[in-house]
Design a protein around this ligand. Structure first.
Ligand code: NAP
Length: 323
């Protein structure tokens, strides 16, 4: 029997990779897309004839109920969210509407329209905020420190509560930062790979960054979406950390990207206090012990390959789109 899945956030980084993975596994894939005045399908243009796009919005409960009733998916992956932390400070209410209440609407729509569906919620390491231990595990206390993290914590606990109260197969993947050539340009990893590519091509001569000592737990989005899929293939629902389990500093990332294009980063990178964020007193890094032991998952893409694949993409993209 053909399995079917509904992905919210299809047009985002993770949605596009998850759609590819599910299509490879012969799923019938539905993607929830909200209306926009110009096309936002660039990340999934290569899948346009393979995915069925359905119109809906996390702000609108009726649209979610209609879509779920119409598609009757076996699996539902909620990847849609206002996903940019700095914006959550300038638009905290909107962030709560999308990222927190949107999940309530979705969970309640599933409960009413398709309670047998398996549900994945995109939780985030931002729920830990300033954690009291490192590495963090599934048992580490949530202490979010920005409106995005607060909204994700609400969504996380609503998912757990719907699992316990309504017996839904609902689980949360607490993902740490994950990247790819499809990552939005506002995120620091992409800013660096794009910056190195622009300087290499003579299109820029400087890259301004914040704290070079800041350390992050980065993995590839392809690894992350595979873990999401695995979580819905189990006998019982549970929550898992999805991370690389290791950290790299921003400086290591800069070094790797500039080295790859044959440049010395010290000649081009300057530290701008406007971008400066102090490093965490307790490091944000995920323990992958549980997901490794129970689901036999671990990331497949080494850090260096992630960097080089993004620089390669940026070099090609900038060259192709040069006037
Ligand atoms: P992304 O590229 O920013 O994509 C977000 C998606 O959500 C887009 O498809 C966007 O649609 C959609 N969306 C936003 N508001 C919506 C609404 N009201 N109704 C319907 N769709 C809406 O994010 P991502 O990097 O793929 O991340 C996927 C999920 O993982 C997000 O929930 C994010 O918060 C979470 N997460 C990501 C990371 C990471 O490092 N990438 C880490 C931890 C957690 P439009 O195209 O219309 O804007």
């Amino acid at each position: 029997m053909v399995r079917s899945a509904l992905i919210t956030g299809l047009t985002g980084q993770d949605g596009s990779y998850l759609a590819e993975l599910l299509l490879e596994k012969d799923y019938k894939v539905f993607g929830l897309v909200r209306r926009s005045s110009t096309s936002n399908l660039s990340r999934i243009s290569h899948l346009a004839d393979k995915v069925k796009i359905v119109s809906g919005d996390l702000l609108d409960q009726c649209s979610l109920m209609d879509v779920i009733s119409e598609c009757q998916p076996d699996e539902i992956y909620n990847l849609a969210s206002q996903s940019y932390v700095p914006l959550s400070w300038t638009q905290p209410s909107l962030t709560a509407e999308y990222t927190a209440l949107g999940v309530s609407r979705l969970l309640d729509s599933i409960r009413r329209c398709q309670p047998a569906a398996k549900f994945y919620q995109a939780s985030s390491s931002e729920v830990f905020g300033q954690p009291d231990e490192s590495p963090q595990t599934e048992k580490t206390a949530f202490r979010p420190r920005n409106p995005y993290g607060v909204a994700k914590a609400y969504a996380h606990w609503m998912t757990v509560n719907y699992r316990q109260h309504y017996n839904l197969y609902a689980c949360c993947g607490i993902t740490y930062t994950h990247e790819s050539p499809r990552r939005g340009a506002e995120f620091v990893f992409r800013k660096i790979t794009r910056g190195a590519a622009m300087i290499k091509l003579g299109m820029a001569n400087e890259l301004k960054l914040g704290n070079l000592d800041a350390r992050r737990d980065w993995c590839h989005a392809r690894d992350a979406v595979y873990a999401m899929w695995l979580m819905l293939q189990q006998g019982r629902p549970d929550d898992y950390i999805i991370a690389s389990g290791a950290t790299h500093s921003v400086q290591e990332l800069v070094d790797c990207a500039f080295n790859y294009v044959g440049l010395n980063w010290r000649d081009y990178v300057s530290v701008d206090p406007a971008f400066y964020r102090p490093d965490e007193p307790v490091q944000l890094v995920g323990s992958i012990e549980k997901i490794n032991q129970e689901l036999h998952w671990k990331p497949a893409y080494p850090f260096e390959r992630l960097v080089s694949s993004m620089v390669d993409y940026d070099l090609k993209d900038l060259t192709d789109n040069r006037l």
